[in-house]
Design a protein around this ligand. Structure first.
Ligand SMILES: Cc1ncc(COP(=O)(O)O)c(C=O)c1O
Length: 405
């Protein structure tokens, strides 16, 4: 039986206790003027988060899912348009495609980085698609549907390899919406531009989630879209607020997708700590790399490609017998997670797409072997030592029984 948790997978209590006074001041401020929807606290957060992401505009919304949906709609997805993404992501990425009227098509991930494989993206475009003679647009050869865009997911806090993705998108006139829901502050070195770029500044728009456990988390649901395209920002602002730019003048139907003022105030408080928290995650990740180096016969540790500075939303290892590792850790009172156990193309919700086991082999291999270890900025070195020593103990049993990675 599992012991009581000594080391949680994620500690959300400590940071809120540490910031309690500042967070309560936000609530008092909102109570003093009853400004619960919109207003200066939302605008201040949007300004600061846009700057943090090296982006011109930020539109606060009520979740990462809505951020993706509004970004797709503002990018011009039309009914039946194909939007490409990976099967190794949280379902919100694909829910947003369907809910914006698009058609999901999957491209497998790279085995080292766990993000969209640009080579497979190119293969999809060049083998499965053609340019429609009448419209000049890229269409899927079989269904004749237009391919409108691509959503690279910056999974676990590491950016996808954006240079080749952006280049293909430019060549075939596709939009790029970054799913940056796990990558607040992650950076990408563009070989093409010889410069570091921030997650959220590379596509036409990017979606962020502030779900409480994210690197920047609200105290409830919240999200944001960043973009440097003024027209898109205006459309997304209207979409989140019933299609109105002026109260009760509705230029289109929209949604109730606004960011609450209190959440925005809390996010502003936490944003001031984000760079420091991300650094703490990076240094814990490097420490895990070192501590687990001798276990790499049985465990695959994350690889940080030379073109990314990850923010380690999650620290994900691969191991042959994932269940056994999780049980071993649970017995020692150590929490762990799986992100995500069932690839999207094999989910019941997507049976209608007609995929089978074997269609996206890298995703399938990874999904069967991944375990997320405790990772949060307040994780202490002694806690981390304990996690690592249990993982190493487990790895030794695997090597002894011949079950290597
Ligand atoms: C990769 C990814 N995309 C989208 C989302 C959706 O964000 P939210 O839960 O805020 O709607 C999440 C959040 O879990 C996510 O991890």
């Amino acid at each position: 039986m599992a012991n009581p948790t000594k080391i949680p997978f994620l500690d959300l209590v400590t940071p809120h206790q540490q910031l309690e006074a500042e967070l309560l001041t936000v609530v008092q401020k909102a109570f003093s003027n009853a400004g619960f929807i919109g207003g200066p606290m939302v605008e201040e957060f949007e300004r600061n988060f846009a700057a943090f992401c090296d982006s011109k505009y930020c539109v606060g919304v009520n979740s990462g899912t809505d951020a993706l949906r509004f970004a797709l709609m503002a990018a011009g997805v039309e009914a039946g348009d194909i939007v490409l993404t990976v099967p190794h992501t949280f379902i919100a990425t694909t829910e947003a495609i369907s809910q914006a009227g698009g058609q999901i098509a999957f491209v497998d991930i790279d085995e080292k980085t766990y993000t969209l494989d640009p080579v497979k993206l190119q293969e999809f475009i060049e083998i499965r698609c053609e340019i429609d003679r009448k419209t000049g647009k890229l269409v899927d050869r079989a269904s004749k549907r237009k391919v409108a865009g691509v959503i690279p997911v910056h999974l676990y806090g590491q950016t996808a390899d954006m240079d080749p993705i952006l280049e293909l998108a430019a060549r075939y006139n596709l939009f790029v919406i970054e799913d940056a829901c796990q990558a607040h502050g992650a950076q990408y070195f563009s070989r093409k531009n010889n410069t570091w770029k921030r997650a959220g500044s590379m596509g036409q728009a990017a979606a962020f989630s502030f779900y409480p456990g994210k690197n920047l988390g609200a105290c409830g649901d919240a999200g944001a879209i960043t973009t440097s395209d003024a027209a898109m920002a205006t459309r997304m602002r209207m979409m989140r607020d019933h299609g109105q730019a002026k109260k009760y003048y509705h230029d289109m139907e929209g949604y109730n997708g606004r960011l609450d003022a209190i959440q925005a105030g809390w996010l502003s408080v936490k944003l001031r700590h984000l760079a420091k928290w991300n650094e703490a995650r990076r240094s814990l990740a490097h420490r895990y790399h070192e501590l687990l180096a001798e276990a790499t016969g049985a465990i695959v540790i994350p690889i940080e490609a030379s073109w990314t500075k990850g923010v380690y939303h999650l620290y994900v290892v691969r191991v042959h017998d994932r269940e056994a590792l999780q049980t071993y850790l649970a017995e020692a009172g150590i929490g762990s997670g799986i992100h995500y156990p069932i690839p999207l193309h094999l989910q019941t919700a997507y049976q209608y797409l007609g995929h089978q086991k074997g269609d996206f082999p890298v995703t399938e291999r990874i999904a069967a072997e991944i375990v997320s270890l405790p990772m949060f900025p307040q994780l202490t070195h002694s806690q981390q030592d304990e996690v690592a020593s249990k993982v190493k103990e487990f790895a030794a049993t695997q090597v002894a029984s011949g079950r290597k990675s």
